[in-house]
Design a binder for this molecule. Structure first.
Ligand SMILES: Nc1ncnc2c1ncn2[C@@H]1O[C@H](COP(=O)(O)OP(=O)(O)OP(=O)(O)O)[C@@H](O)[C@H]1O
Length: 266
């Protein structure tokens, strides 16, 4: 299937958003294709999380459209939004686990709150997700008894428990050392291959995050640049993208650029 024929999961069209006098988003246009991983990168404070919150319907644009499977979130009632959000999973940087609940209950929570499933069906689902995260024996533990990496894995299990079509990650590896970050990336890879969800990831972990990306989008002065394959992004001649790549990855020397270009053209 060619990229162009892939269904569009999310589309931001000319989205503008200000907080007081600060214009954070200036005509943001961004397309997220179904089943793919789109990574949003950019310097701190540019509006990456604000974009994610618009996709989730947690913020509304001042102008423009946020379409999820063609439906504009801005036109929806709270009830309609709730239905759309059933298809969403989220993993934010500070995994918001409930400290008074066990790991099992934390993961079961969305199923208990948003579905009519029996406790037996909930158990099957929760146990499957915990096993997928290598947390099979952790159900009775409380969050305070877990390491940072384990908490993230519980957060990922909870994000996936409703079988979401789209999963949003905001800095999913913040606070983790290299090996724990790699573990999260490995589990991301494994779960996406199995569950086939669409992923939108906000991350500073460049260039490592490029390995997971189908598309890389850079936010710059309230607009999106790129939204292209990591290879195209790294070879882009756009001065802002080029400067970002060199700043985060070091200069790519011209012979290397030419060599990659050659292979891309073949
Ligand atoms: N609810 C809000 N009220 C007022 N200002 C806000 C609000 N949310 C975000 N902002 C402002 O919008 C700008 C972009 O914030 P955002 O959190 O999206 O940045 P970011 O690119 O995700 O940064 P980081 O990489 O540091 O997480 C910031 O200047 C922030 O202060």
């Amino acid at each position: 299937m060619t990229q162009e024929k892939t269904r569009i999961a999310i589309e931001l069209i000319d989205v503008e958003r200000a907080f007081g006098r600060q214009q954070v988003l200036r005509k943001v246009n961004l397309t997220v294709r179904e089943g793919t991983t789109t990574v949003i990168v950019g310097p701190s404070g540019q509006g990456k999380s604000v974009i994610l919150k618009h996709m989730l319907g947690l913020l509304r644009p001042d102008r423009g459209k946020v379409l999820v499977y063609g439906q504009n979130l801005a036109d929806m009632s709270k009830r309609q939004m709730k239905v759309v959000r059933k298809d969403f999973g989220v993993l934010f940087q500070n995994v918001a686990l409930f400290d008074s609940m066990t790991v099992y209950d934390n993961v079961a929570l969305p199923l208990r709150e948003r579905t009519d499933l029996s406790e037996d069906a909930i158990r099957d689902n929760v146990e499957e997700k915990l096993a997928l995260m290598d947390l099979a024996d952790m159900g009775p533990k409380f969050p305070a008894q877990l390491s940072g990496g384990m908490k993230k894995r519980v957060g990922l299990a909870r994000a996936l428990v409703m079988q979401p079509r789209i999963v949003f990650f905001d800095e999913p590896t913040t606070g983790l050392d290299v090996s724990k970050s790699n573990e999260i990336y490995r589990l991301f890879h494994k779960t996406q291959a199995k569950l086939k969800y669409t992923a939108v990831i906000v991350s500073h972990d460049v260039p490592k995050i490029f390995k997971l990306a189908d598309y890389v989008a850079l936010i710059h002065e309230g607009q999106i640049l790129g939204n292209m394959s990591p290879e195209q992004f790294q070879l882009s001649d756009h001065p802002v993208i080029k400067a970002f790549v060199e700043e985060t990855m070091g200069p790519i020397y011209s012979s290397e650029r030419e060599e990659r270009f050659f292979y891309e053209e073949v």
